[in-house]
Ligand binder design. Structure first.
Ligand code: NAD
Length: 266
């Protein structure tokens, strides 16, 4: 059982995409322990169901979370996901568009295939657009809300270990988020990007499969370590909650100082 008592999302309904793993899993559990009703959405239904089970265990209560299989690159499935939140829980206050992929064959301008480029853009950019589109409609019905779109530090600084499609997709998330923040600001809908640094999640650790590859990255992180998914979930919780009531349009970096540093400590 969680020891959290602040209940910063009491009475709110949240959708978390990519809830089966990493940042999304931690955020779904944290949002629920902070009082939210949570729709755990993922392509991996079994993983999303595991998040629901964890939530029930943490809060000691059944029925505060549901799992739904959603491919965020399908407009119809994203629309149905938002409908699920409204039908099951009565509305939508928080949309965490977090699902994303980093394709193993994503490389530089010469070697990245068009199919890898398109798949990455369909999930990482179109998926976020669809999530924002249907969240805005639902939040209008609710009178406001908070949308958080997961981008990445690679949208802020370039890397000589290229993943061109991924980097371009996350840059698009930042630009799209700023524009949506400006457009919907007077509707009481806040829209922010979360820019995680490199994390100890399956997404990155499967890719950085040798000590040498890990060290190549860590030398650039002032804090000298990879981040944890729960550290991103806590930042997303802040952006989701009314504590962030005057925060919109930000590129919220949670990256151990990476994007602010030139020379790092020895
Ligand atoms: P993860 O691989 O642990 O989790 C991603 C989840 O998204 C998985 O459960 C996966 O099934 C789901 N998913 C993938 N494609 C989907 C689709 N089409 N529809 C629905 N769900 C889908 O990754 P993570 O590290 O938790 O990453 C979450 C987000 O954070 C991603 O957007 C990622 O780009 C971003 N990010 C991660 C890091 C990192 O170092 N891990 C750094 C910066 C940004």
């Amino acid at each position: 059982m969680s020891t959290t008592t602040s209940q910063r999302l009491a009475g709110k309904v949240a959708i978390v995409t990519g809830a089966a793993s990493g940042i999304g899993f931690q955020a779904a559990v944290l949002f629920a322990t902070e009082g939210a009703k949570v729709v755990c959405a993922d392509l991996n239904l079994a993983g999303a169901q595991a998040a629901v089970e964890r939530i029930a265990k943490e809060i000691g209560e059944e029925g505060r979370a549901v799992a739904i299989k959603v491919d965020v690159s399908s407009e119809d499935q994203v629309r149905q996901c938002v409908e699920t939140a409204e039908k099951q829980f009565g509305g939508l206050d928080v949309m965490f568009n977090n699902a994303g992929i980093m394709h193993p064959k994503d490389d530089d301008a010469l070697t990245t295939s068009e199919s890898v480029w398109d798949l990455t853009m369909n999930i990482n950019v179109k998926g976020v657009w669809y999530g924002c589109k249907y969240a805005v409609e639902a939040m209008r019905r609710r009178g406001g809300g908070s949308i958080i779109n997961t981008a990445s530090f690679v949208a802020i600084v370039g890397a000589a270990t290229p993943q061109l499609a991924y980097t371009a997709s996350k840059g698009a998330v930042l630009a799209m988020t700023r524009e949506l923040a400006a457009v919907h600001a007077r509707e009481n809908i806040r829209v922010n990007s979360l820019c995680p640094g490199p994390l100890k999640t399956p997404l990155l650790m499967e890719f950085l499969d040798t000590e040498e590859k890990k060290e190549r990255r860590l030398v650039h992180v002032p804090m000298g370590r990879f981040g944890e998914a729960i550290e991103q979930a806590k930042a997303a919780l802040f952006l989701a909650s009314d504590d962030a009531s005057y925060v919109t349009g930000t590129d919220f970096a949670v990256d151990g100082g990476l994007s602010s540093a030139y020379v790092t400590p020895l």
